[in-house]
Design a protein around this ligand. Structure first.
Ligand code: NAD
Ligand code: GLY
Length: 358
């Protein structure tokens, strides 16, 4: 097992990465301070992995809530169903919420934990590649609003993250690729050697070579943990982790939640951000081709959906969380492996970049 630490003072926590971790109940129970817990999972993950988590909790009074599956359920109604379950079962302030699933379950359960009785204990057991490399780490929690992705939420760190890489064996290929989008992101924004490793090892990731997957998860989590430790609440550097996301979130919102996977929308969005970086003269056309080539090899989209007109992109992007005093700041590339968070671009270039992306 590999264990990394997210350094956040008294809120520091470990990320455990390895095979068979769901069978090691003590990894979980040592982070449950009280005698009650609520496991939140969904109808796809429950039949696969719930029994093992429940078995680990044999000494603890626990309840289980199985939610419907899908991004379209990351909303206020589903959040309310978690509060209903907590209240009807009289689960108190010393309860631990355990998120078992992908990023949707992690985000919504984390927000329930952040807000229920002003905060209860929270543990992440991510079961998708995307959740193991990104969403379970760093404490961003929340739900979608019909007008904007992840618009309601809180920063709320888990007590531990347990990433059992065996769970990835049951993941659909399309979901594996969606996770690879966030892996590529780390290479592009801040880790050129990792980007080069990905160029050499993409086929191994796609065939789920356990060593390659373990390396990619560890390296991604190291990158994320460093950034989060330096800027937990996104006053600067953490924004870089949103490379491609402003375009991507617009695609998810505009296409209807669940139609494009988050990772797919991010992949397309990263190409759009790269194109704008090229138009501004910061990277070369060869750099853009290099990025497109890697993303295509991961079986991810490199074009914007035809249904999303440039006007629709601009309209949805104007309520992005990175808008400050009416100005949309974007994450752009100065080189492969080097990114900036900037408002130093002009609207015409942005429109040209969007138009070049179909
Ligand atoms: P997801 O949670 O919808 O999971 C993808 C699909 O895989 C679902 O159908 C799920 O039921 C299924 N699944 C989960 N584990 C499985 C397994 N082991 N085997 C088989 N099927 C399995 O999607 P995701 O890609 O994990 O996460 C996307 C979400 O994460 C988005 O809502 C996005 O906004 C959010 N996100 C949050 C952060 C953050 O920092 N909090 C970062 C990135 C993304
Ligand atoms: N996924 C972006 C962040 O955690 O900041």
């Amino acid at each position: 097992m590999i264990s990394l630490k997210v350094n956040l003072g008294e809120r520091s926590y470990p990320i455990c990465i390895g095979q068979g971790l769901l069978n090691r109940g003590e990894l979980l129970t040592q982070y449950i301070p009280g005698n009650s817990a609520l496991i939140v999972t969904n109808e796809v993950v429950a039949p696969l992995y719930l029994a093992r988590v429940e078995a680990a909790l044999h000494d603890i009074k626990f309840k289980t809530l199985v939610l419907p599956d899908g991004e379209q359920y990351k909303n206020q109604d589903t959040l309310n169903s978690i509060y209903d379950c907590l209240l009807t079962n009289r689960l108190d302030r010393n309860t631990t919420l355990i998120a078992l699933g992908g990023g949707v379950i992690g985000d919504i359960t984390g927000f329930a934990a952040a807000s229920y009785q002003r905060g209860v204990h929270f543990i992440q057991i991510p079961t998708t590649l995307l959740a193991q490399v990104d969403s379970s780490v760093g404490g961003k929690t929340g739900i979608n609003h019909p007008l904007g992705k992840n618009m309601i939420g809180a920063f709320y760190q888990p007590r531990t993250v347990i990433a059992d890489t065996d769970t990835l064996n049951t993941l659909e290929d399309r979901e594996l690729s969606a996770g690879i989008a966030e892996v590529i992101k780390y290479g592009l924004i801040r880790d050129l050697p990792f980007l080069e490793w990905l160029e050499k090892n993409m086929d191994k990731l796609l065939t789920r070579d356990p060593k390659a997957l373990a390396f990619a998860i560890e390296r991604s989590c190291r990158n994320k943990a460093e950034v989060v430790a330096a800027d937990e609440r996104e006053s600067g550097q953490r924004a870089l982790l949103n490379f491609g996301h402003t375009f991507g979130h617009a695609i998810e919102t505009g296409m209807g939640y669940g139609n494009w996977l988050h990772g797919e929308a991010v992949a397309s969005g990263m190409v759009m951000a790269a194109r704008l970086s090229e138009i501004l003269g910061w990277i070369t056309a060869d750099d853009v081709h290099r990025i497109i080539d890697l993303i295509e090899r991961a079986n991810l989209p490199v074009k914007a959906p035809a249904q999303m007109t440039p006007e629709k992109f601009l309209e949805i992007m104007s309520i992005d969380k990175k808008v400050s005093d009416g100005v949309l700041r974007l994450i752009l590339l100065k080189a492969p492996g080097k990114s900036v968070f900037t408002q130093d671009y002009d609207k015409d270039s942005l429109i040209t970049a969007i138009k070049a992306s179909y």
